[in-house]
Write a protein that binds this ligand. Structure first.
Ligand SMILES: [Zn+2]
Length: 684
């Protein structure tokens, strides 16, 4: 099949045939000497196939392949990375100018239907067309699943102290004693590979065949439910009521507030057809609900006596991002709550904004054991169309990057003027009507990703006790083939008694009585899932009227008397929470450094720090800081998006807690006087 023919198949709205499979085409750049021309590696694989760089390196016989960034794909294929598809391959790429790896899961038959999608187009091919086209590039078939499994199998014991190879490829990140069931990559060496493994193997999440969308399994949904419970009680005590508005928005309504829609426009997903007929006018799926709700606020709110008016939705929104998706952190659909309140005065609205921000901080601190910094966003980073944005900002120690935790916005009167949300003047109906002051605020399932990245380790997930689906797991131990039936029965019935007792006292408990697994296997399995405490119950423990409690966070073991368990276990869970929080807080405090010289700014960023620096508050200056703090790209060490040490620093927030600003302090970047200390960092 000719390239022209394949290009002609590209179309924007072609529906995917039933039973078709999504195929990804990725470009990797191997580590290449500065003087040599790189040979890009094209990986064509099922969307659901994992294509670890270690396997790509081996199959293509290259060193340290990394996802290619825009510059390289533009140079070789004339398109940005997000627009790359196999249709970008042409005559000039033949004869070994590129290497093509083909997932052996793809079937070379006319029945097989494959959908190849990039940022702007879609291509539907059957197996014969796909293979026919790619055969001109001499592809190599790769069984990614088998290769990855082989790579993950226990390697011959390697001494920890052996010198590490110079290049930090994925194979080096492999854990020496990793078993296939457990985590096989090192958190410090391959953070994104590790993150993906602990989420899937820990059964929190699964991948889905629509790119950028993920399945939240019960273990992660349970975390969300705890957050919902906590926050719902808080806001209801504050007079907020829950409601639900439709997910669809007409373009007329969506585009009513210009600044606001401009902030979201590139990410809005549109419904353009129903069944086989095109809609007369496309309908948007909400990226957030300001413009959905406010026309009705205008209708419902009449008098100042209706104020404050406070409503919240627990819902999902869609933002069709083209950046590298990441579970929980960057997903095309995510769950959140969005609160929208209306007030008579600016001050009353401001009080609401700050009250919500305090509760967001409390969710992080008291539920997720995550320290955050409260502050205000700069003009560049504030919510489009709002007056000011407050935020809680977290920190991921492994990557040294900041992460926005949740935001609470003061909308001022912008939206009330646009949507005509007015009340009669309390001073008399002859006085002019008053435009109301509004707030909106949201916290999303992103919090789960932040929590996982901060606490979890190379054994798997570590879930803080106040949000974990199960706080403890009971495992019978010490039983062998020689144990008498009487003793076995006693152990099992004691376990079951204990389980119902703990349940009754309000502890979220489960048990593992599977008889086809050894206790050791079960220990690893529940460590992988991050359950805070495991209770081991065996004949010896029962003889001592005690059980052995093992902490997930520290591995420490302590015997607890059976009749004290109802009181001791909650104490132990609190101690685990406290330890997780303090450990994370020490790291954040240690890596939040005060900087006064520009020459020290990038240096500190490169040491995995976020930087607090005096700043002038001028938006253009912030742009320049971002620009100048990006590592100069020499085209050599291209990094995958997650690591991205080359990205520039943006402002994270202007912290409420400020160091003393001495008179005459100049901006970190320009010659103007500083007006505050601002926290900058590379971020998610
Ligand atoms: Zn400046």
């Amino acid at each position: 099949m000719s390239l022209e023919a394949s290009l002609s198949l590209l179309s924007l709205a072609e529906p995917s045939p039933a039973g078709s499979l999504n195929v990804k085409s990725l470009v990797f750049k191997p580590k290449t000497a500065k003087t040599a021309t790189p040979v890009p590696v094209i990986v064509v694989a099922l969307q659901t196939t994992n294509t670890p760089s270690g396997v790509i390196a081996k199959a293509a016989e290259v060193k340290d392949p990394r996802l290619a960034r825009n510059e390289l794909t533009a140079e070789f294929f004339g398109v940005p990375a997000a627009d790359f598809s196999i249709a970008s391959l042409g005559e000039k790429h033949k004869d070994g100018k590129v290497k093509v790896l083909l997932d052996s899961e793809l079937k070379n038959s006319e029945e097989a239907q494959y959908v190849l999608e990039n940022a702007s187009a879609k291509l539907v091919l059957n197996g014969k067309q796909l293979f026919g086209f790619l055969s001109t590039f001499n592809p190599t078939a790769v069984d990614f699943a088998a290769e990855a499994a082989a790579a993950a199998a226990p390697a011959p014991a390697k001494k920890q102290s052996s010198p590490a190879p110079a290049a930090g490829g994925e194979s080096d990140a492999k854990l020496d004693d990793a078993k296939l069931i457990g985590v096989t990559v090192d958190k410090e060496k391959d953070f994104s590979g590790w993150y993906q493994q602990i989420l899937t193997k820990g059964e929190m999440l699964d991948y889905y065949d629509v790119s950028g969308c993920y399945i939240m399994r019960p273990a992660s949904y349970a975390v969300w439910e705890q957050i919902q419970k906590f926050f719902d009680e808080k806001i209801k005590s504050d007079g907020v009521a829950n409601a639900y508005f439709p997910m669809f928005v007409s373009s007329k309504v969506l585009e009513k507030e210009k600044d606001h829609v401009e902030g979201f426009a590139p990410e809005v997903a549109w419904v353009t057809r129903a069944g086989s007929s095109d809609l007369e006018e496309p309908i948007a799926i909400r990226p957030t609900s300001e413009t959905v709700m406010y026309p009705y606020y205008a209708k419902w709110i009449r008098s100042h006596r209706d104020l404050p008016f406070k409503m919240n939705q627990w819902n999902s929104v869609v933002r069709w991002e083209f950046k590298h998706p990441q579970p929980f952190l960057r997903t095309r659909e995510f769950l959140w709550q969005e609160g929208h309140t209306v007030h008579l005065t600016h001050e009353d609205a401001e009080g609401q904004v700050l009250r919500i921000l305090d509760w967001y901080e409390e969710i992080y601190r008291e539920l997720l054991a995550v320290p955050v910094v409260k502050g205000v966003k700069t003009e560049n980073e504030k919510f489009a169309g709002g007056k000011f944005t407050t935020t809680v900002e977290g920190y991921i120690p492994t990557t040294g990057r900041g992460i926005q935790g949740a935001t609470s916005h003061h909308l001022g009167q912008n939206f009330s003027k646009m949507f005509n949300i007015t009340v009669e003047n309390p001073e008399g109906s002859d006085k002019p009507k008053i435009y109301t002051h509004q707030t909106s605020w949201g916290l999303s399932t992103r919090v789960i990703g932040v929590m996982v990245m901060i606490h979890s380790d190379n054994k798997g997930l570590v879930i803080p006790p106040r949000v974990s689906q199960y706080q403890t797991v009971i495992i019978p131990v010490g039983l062998t083939s020689k144990t008498t039936k009487e003793v076995v029965d006693n152990v099992y019935s004691s376990c079951k008694d204990l389980e119902s007792r703990l349940k009754a006292s309000g502890i979220r408990v489960t048990s593992d009585y599977r008889d086809n697994y050894s206790p050791g296997w079960k220990f690893s399995n529940w460590e992988l899932k991050g359950v805070p405490v495991r209770l081991e119950v065996g004949p010896k423990d029962l003889a001592n009227k005690s059980v052995l409690a093992v902490r997930r966070d520290t591995g420490a073991k302590v015997a607890i008397k059976l009749d004290e368990l109802d009181t001791e276990l909650p104490k132990l869970l609190d101690a685990i929470h406290e330890n997780l929080y303090q450990t994370a807080k020490e790291k954040f405090d240690e890596h939040r450094v005060l900087v006064h010289e520009w020459s020290d700014f990038v240096h500190q960023l490169n040491k995995k720090n976020v930087v607090v620096a005096p700043w002038c508050g001028v938006p253009e200056c912030e742009d320049e800081i971002k620009d100048k703090s990006a590592k100069q790209d020499n085209g050599e060490d291209f990094e995958v998006d997650e690591k991205a040490p080359s990205m520039g620093a943006k402002s994270l927030c202007i912290p409420y807690s400020q160091p003393e600003l001495k008179a005459g302090t100049k901006c970190i970047r320009c010659e103007k006087a500083a007006i505050n200390y601002t926290m900058f960092g590379r971020s998610y």
